[in-house]
Ligand binder design. Structure first.
Ligand code: SF4
Length: 455
């Protein structure tokens, strides 16, 4: 390796990411440029694919896909080409090391080799991929995805999946229609077990998220889902309050009868603790709440206490030292990056000890933590917006106009602070997922329907 490459590799973060973060920060509207804002300071944002495999074999109410989505053939060649092009643009505009979701309709409708090729393309373009699935697939599929068919050995050391489980989904094998969330617990457990088996048999590790749409029908079951599934092996629980987006025939309830505050209350009830989502903010609070923390036994401790001034100062020192650094690196590389980060901002070094002391105290003290090794669990709420709001807001933004109407203006603020982007290589733009689903998907799926008709 050349000296210059080594110098870049051992920096806390790649210069392209540093530049992308700085650009993102400059683009953000003033109301989200707060001390706890992570967009532009820790991350350039999350990413997702679109227009790759919109078809799904389950039916959700609501479904964010337009009606045409299920008239598009799942085509491996198209997926590989599109994912490659979209990821290349994301690498160019957002730098390396960002989280990207392989998402469309149902990812496991792709042949395992096509799924693997898409993940590999994402990795090759510096993304950290996560496959978004309804979780209704067999071990044989996962094994074929994970193993190289030529050698029988793992082609990935690690896989990240999000499993979407809720009682608004219809058609799952074994339970076509779940009347309650509790009826789905065995399927949630089976999903996790599939990955555990892969790890036991082939050494491929995993990160699993649990996704759930929230409507007035299952709001009061959130806490039960968290309590029943918290120890299953999921590392993240993500809740999406339903929005009026996508296929209108699948809109069943008054989704606006559920406020995001109510959803969060239920998440906290299930978590068994107050969740400090204001310690860190990703984008606009009306879109995202994220609470990082860990359980030591049954006791939950937030990673950062949003009311603690010491934790707030430590966060600023951490960002100044490490910026967007990826801590999931091989030990020698990690050591070099840590050393250079602390050298960049020496005040962060004593700050680590102080933060660790406070965290252990929150988790029950040294003896309790020694007995119960903390398990990290992240709670997320992501509230998509209604298509009828997004359309005028997005179209005005495209014309360079900020609306006077408070409702449209609020939507524009959220779109400008969006943390979930989708790439359009044909014109070199990134668009918020809300704009993708509300405005662009219908025409895109019509084009795909012609390009990839179902035989
Ligand atoms: S604008 Fe839409 S896609 Fe972007 S973060 Fe907000 S809710 Fe999510």
């Amino acid at each position: 390796m050349k000296l210059r490459e080594l110098e870049i590799l051992t920096r806390p973060e790649h210069p392209d990411l540093e530049a992308a973060r700085a650009r993102r920060w400059e683009e953000l509207p003033a109301h989200v440029r707060t001390a706890n804002q992570m967009l532009g300071r820790r991350t350039a944002g999350c990413e997702g694919t679109h227009g790759v495999f919109p078809r799904c074999d389950l039916a959700c109410t609501p479904c964010y896909h337009s009606r045409e989505a299920n008239r598009v053939r799942v085509d491996g060649e198209h997926t590989r080409a599109q994912v490659g092009a979209q990821m290349a643009l994301l690498r160019e505009l957002r730098g390396p090391g960002q989280n990207a979701q392989l998402i469309g309709g149902e990812v496991t409708l792709l042949a395992p080799d096509d799924h693997a090729a898409a993940l590999q393309a994402m990795i090759d373009h510096g993304r950290k991929p996560m496959s978004m699935s309804h979780g209704d697939f067999d071990y044989a599929y996962l094994e074929r995805l994970a193993l190289d068919p030529a050698t029988g050995r793992p082609r990935f050391r690690h896989l990240s999946f999000a499993g979407h489980f809720d009682s608004m989904m219809f058609g799952r094998r074994g339970i076509r229609r779940a009347r309650t969330e509790a009826e789905l617990h065995p399927y949630r457990a089976q999903f996790v077990e599939t990955f555990r088996r892969l790890e036991r048999e082939h050494g491929v590790t995993h990160y699993l998220a649990h996704n759930m749409t929230v409507t007035p029908r299952n709001l009061d079951q959130i806490a039960g889902v968290i309590r029943a599934c918290r120890d299953m092996g999921f590392r993240m629980f993500s809740f999406q309050p339903a929005a009026f987006v996508g296929n209108e025939r699948r809109w069943k309830d008054d989704y606006r009868a559920v406020s995001t505050d109510r959803v969060w209350e239920e998440i906290e009830r299930g978590a068994g603790a107050r969740l400090h989502f204001r310690a860190l903010q990703i984008g606009d609070e009306r879109c995202n709440r994220t609470a990082y923390g860990a359980y030591a036994g049954d006791r939950y401790a937030p990673l950062l206490d949003e009311d603690d001034a010491h934790d707030q100062r430590w966060l600023q020192d951490f960002i100044a030292a490490f910026g967007g650094m990826d801590f999931a690196a091989p030990p020698p590389l990690l050591a070099a990056r840590l050393a250079r980060g602390f050298a960049r901002h020496p005040r962060a070094l004593p700050g680590v000890a102080g933060w660790a002391r406070r965290f252990v105290a929150r988790a029950g003290g040294p003896a309790h933590v020694a007995r119960h090794r903390p398990r990290a669990i992240t709670y997320v709420m992501h509230a998509f917006m209604d298509a009828r709001d997004v359309r005028p807001a997005w179209e005005a933004l495209r014309r360079g106009e900020l609306a006077d109407d408070p409702r449209v203006r609020a939507t524009q603020e959220r779109l400008q602070a969006c943390s979930y982007a989708m790439a359009h290589p044909e014109d070199g733009t990134l668009v918020p997922a809300c704009a993708q689903h509300s405005v662009l998907d219908p025409a895109e799926n019509l084009r795909l329907q012609e390009l990839l008709p179902i035989a």
